[in-house]
Design a binder for this molecule. Structure first.
Ligand code: NAP
Ligand code: 2RA
Length: 449
């Protein structure tokens, strides 16, 4: 069970019930239970009756993954979700997603960084969504040679990136950090394998499209210049999913965003640090600070990534530059990025100014219909989404939608999403699905035949 699996169990509060003797955090990399947590989580939520509560319609899509099989008796729900699916992955209107999936081709896919938080999630999502694979290869550093990683019901053994030949691989999902990507992505791309990269190495390259399928799927055609497609930073991905429908309707001029980012955004060692520091507080052990600049347990840290000359951090700069590249270069954005002691899912408090008048009611109606968005917005205690609900889910949850009376056309809202899924792995797999659905790549095995 990985640190992510444990964290998902912890945040759902069901680990004590389901795991008789909770092991120490240190056993996180033993193996193959990626899917166990999800069924445990779902069972637990159903048992608690969370999915059944009468919510006056606001929560009707809360329990749905973004691309489910239509659920019996929930025709309206299925119709809406299906529409969201079309818009998100980009097949032509009317073309069934399953038909696109049933495309009689399959692709050899390599996941680089497969032993990490994002890589493991990528494997899980490829399997969950029935991505058409002929073979999946798990790659990591030499430290992880032979390590077992789950892919659906199967177990893959990690191979070493340095020794792998990409000549017959179609798609490489890359999540091994910026320096690995800078060195390896061009080499992999030169072998005719399309690289979908999760690091910041290529995001700002004019010849590399930066894609969030719900927002700018059409820009994907630019990948042919370098055979590389970039995935945005997790904090940007969920933000632009929420902003896009509002921008289309009312034209955004300025955004002020404050983030509350979970420790999983900083990798598997960062999750260990929150766990061990929290434990240390309870047993009065000394607190060791390694990964974060200050103690994270029972604390918040207003600093993510390095400081820039103007006083912003690079994480804040990334949100500004990436929103411009994905959504609209005219949008002005200022961010304050804060790390909080939450294991998974980033939250954001967003204030938006528009060119045109907007009401909270109109915004709510638009967001309810928007691909990838799920509105949870009842003006009562608990009538909003928190990282607890977003973890393990695909949607970007939007709550606390209200008019900002201090500016002419202003709106504030709260937005939460699983940073390992929509913020990274899910978005990367959705990009690969756009490539396939739009027939932008052909499997090498088929070309050779
Ligand atoms: P992580 O948990 O620390 O995992 C890093 C992965 O990279 C591990 O599989 C590691 O393999 C592999 N790796 C490191 N050096 C390598 C090398 N020289 N050759 C091959 N593989 C190597 O990090 P993560 O959270 O998954 O993040 C991965 C990337 O995704 C980063 O670029 C990050 O910025 C980006 N990203 C993360 C998030 C997020 O929310 N976490 C969101 C968006 C983007 P070993 O186990 O063998 O060391
Ligand atoms: C973080 N956004 O949360 C970063 C991960 N890429 O640290």
């Amino acid at each position: 069970m990985t640190c992510v699996d444990w964290a998902r169990l912890l945040v759902r509060g069901c680990w004590v019930r389901t795991v008789p003797s909770a092991p120490t955090w240190g056993i996180r990399h033993v193996g193959r239970h990626a899917n166990v947590h999800r069924s445990v989580v779902r069972r637990s939520r159903d048992r608690d009756g969370e999915n059944d509560r009468d919510d006056g319609g606001e929560n009707r899509r809360l329990s749905l993954p973004l691309f489910p099989a239509p659920s019996p008796g929930g025709e309206e729900r299925a119709r809406r979700t299906e529409r969201a699916a079309f818009a998100a992955v980009g097949p032509e209107p009317g073309e069934a997603i399953d038909k696109a999936r049933g495309f009689p081709m399959s692709y050899k896919v390599a996941v680089v960084g497969a032993t990490g938080n994002v890589g493991r999630e990528m494997l899980e999502i490829l399997s969950e969504r029935g991505f058409p694979v002929s073979e999946v290869v798990a790659l990591a550093s030499s430290r992880s040679l032979g390590q077992e990683i789950s892919f659906g019901d199967r177990t893959l053994k990690a191979k070493v990136l340095d020794h792998y030949d990409f000549s017959d691989t179609d798609i490489c999902l890359m999540s091994a950090g910026g320096s690995v990507s800078k060195e390896w992505s061009p080499k992999i791309a030169a072998k005719g394998c399309v690289v979908i990269d999760n690091s910041s190495a290529w995001r700002y390259d004019a010849d590399v499209p930066l894609i969030v399928p719900e927002v700018n799927a059409d820009a994907i055609v630019g990948f042919k210049k370098k055979n590389i497609i970039a995935n945005p930073n997790c904090s940007t991905a969920q933000l632009v999913v929420a902003l896009k429908p509002l921008h289309d309707a009312f034209k955004i001029t300025r955004v002020v965003v404050s983030t509350y980012q979970s420790v999983s955004g900083a990798g598997k060692e960062a999750m260990d640090e929150l766990f061990t520091q929290t434990r240390a507080v309870f047993v009065s052990d000394p607190i060791e600070v390694k990964k974060f600049p200050k103690r994270i347990a029972f604390n918040v840290i207003p600093h993510i990534d390095v400081f820039m000359e103007d006083g912003y951090t690079k994480e804040e700069w990334k949100m500004m530059v990436e929103t411009k590249k994905i959504l609209d270069p005219k949008i002005k954005l200022t961010a304050t990025c804060v790390r909080v002691p939450v294991f998974i899912s980033h939250s954001e408090a967003v204030n938006v100014e528009f060119e045109n008048p907007v009401t909270a009611e109109e915004a709510r109606d638009i967001l309810r219909e928007a691909p990838g968005c799920l509105v949870i917005d009842k003006r009562e205690p608990g009538g909003y989404a928190t990282p607890y609900e977003a973890t393990g889910e695909d949607a970007t949850y939007i709550s606390r939608i209200r008019e900002d009376a201090t500016v002419e056309n202003g709106l504030s809202f709260w937005c939460v999403s699983d940073n390992l899924r929509k913020g990274a792995a899910l978005n990367a797999v959705q990009i690969a699905e756009v490539l396939i659905n739009r027939k932008l790549i052909t499997p090498k095995a088929q070309k050779a035949a």
